[in-house]
Design a protein around this ligand. Structure first.
Ligand code: BTN
Length: 271
């Protein structure tokens, strides 16, 4: 089926999402809501009531879409992908950044595969096309007695919106339809993202994080570039390399010394 045929039925529903979805876990349980406050909040409630790994919460509109650094996530009704997934990983709390890494890799790869656009990943968890943000990821943890109970990975992908109509984001955001100059099927893209998340999660569980990092590095927007990282008032500059086992960005400063930058609360720009 080509994109035009898929677009004829781009309505999100439990049925349309599951039809033709080639996963065994992610997206097999679906909660579709025409609108909600935030899919991360809804998914968190489901996880707290014992919801299963792989459960998908998806909506056409978020009244309080949340981004990193207490920002809002803007998205007009019915145009984009706004969804959250429940993970129940067996690893330590300090390794959960790996889920964000594999999710951003899955999003970038799905966009490249389905649209041919050159999507790249900007550490720690954004996906960019031609220098503008097309997708963001917000991961939130559920912890009890210092044990990781669940992780909610919330993903927003600008598919058919026109960010140029919002003065706050028009210079920094883009969408797939803006880049392709035509509407694009949300359903097909969603299914491929879910399939790739499931695939890379399996790779991670097999202990092959190095292979994920290799793929991620190949799609890194910042690798080898001069970047400026601002974190809690602290500014660091250097050439970006990869990230390490703990999720820290490795920067080589202008004296050739390697520095590790934590991903929490950072804002990063290419200089
Ligand atoms: C960011 O780049 O700041 C992260 C944005 C994450 C947005 C998604 S949309 C679905 C999920 N629900 C939310 O409230 N936020 C995430």
């Amino acid at each position: 089926m080509n994109n035009q045929q898929l677009l004829a039925n781009d309505n999100l529903s439990v049925k349309t999402i599951k039809e033709g979805l080639k996963t065994v876990c992610f997206g097999q349980e679906v909660k579709y809501l025409a609108s909600t406050e935030s899919t991360n909040l809804t998914a968190k409630k489901i996880a707290q009531r014992g919801g299963n790994e792989g459960a998908l919460v998806i909506t056409d509109y978020q009244a309080q879409g949340r981004g990193r650094l207490e920002r809002r996530w803007w998205s007009p009704p019915g145009e984009n992908l706004l969804f959250s997934l429940i993970f129940r990983p067996l690893f330590e709390i300090n390794q959960t950044f790996r889920l964000t890494v594999l999710s951003s890799l899955a999003v970038a790869e799905a966009i490249r595969r389905e649209t041919g656009l050159e999507a790249l990943i900007k550490w720690p968890n954004d996906v960019y096309i031609k220098g503008k943000k097309v997708s963001g990821i917000l991961s939130e943890l559920g912890v009890k007695d210092e044990q990781l109970q669940y992780v909610i990975v919330g993903i927003g992908i600008n598919v058919n919106s026109d960010p140029s109509i919002d003065h706050e984001i028009r210079d920094v955001a883009t969408s797939i339809s803006v880049e392709l100059r035509q509407s694009f099927s949300r359903l097909k893209l969603l299914q491929v993202v879910l399939e790739l998340i499931e695939y890379y999660y399996h790779v991670l569980k097999e202990g092959n994080f190095i292979s994920i990092r290799k793929h991620w590095d190949a799609l890194s927007l910042i690798k080898g570039k001069k970047v400026k990282v601002v974190s809690r008032g602290n500014i660091q500059e250097g050439i970006a390399e990869s990230f390490d086992e703990d999720g820290f960005l490795i920067l080589r400063d202008y004296f050739g010394k390697r520095r590790r930058v934590i991903s929490a609360d950072v804002s990063l720009s290419v200089v």
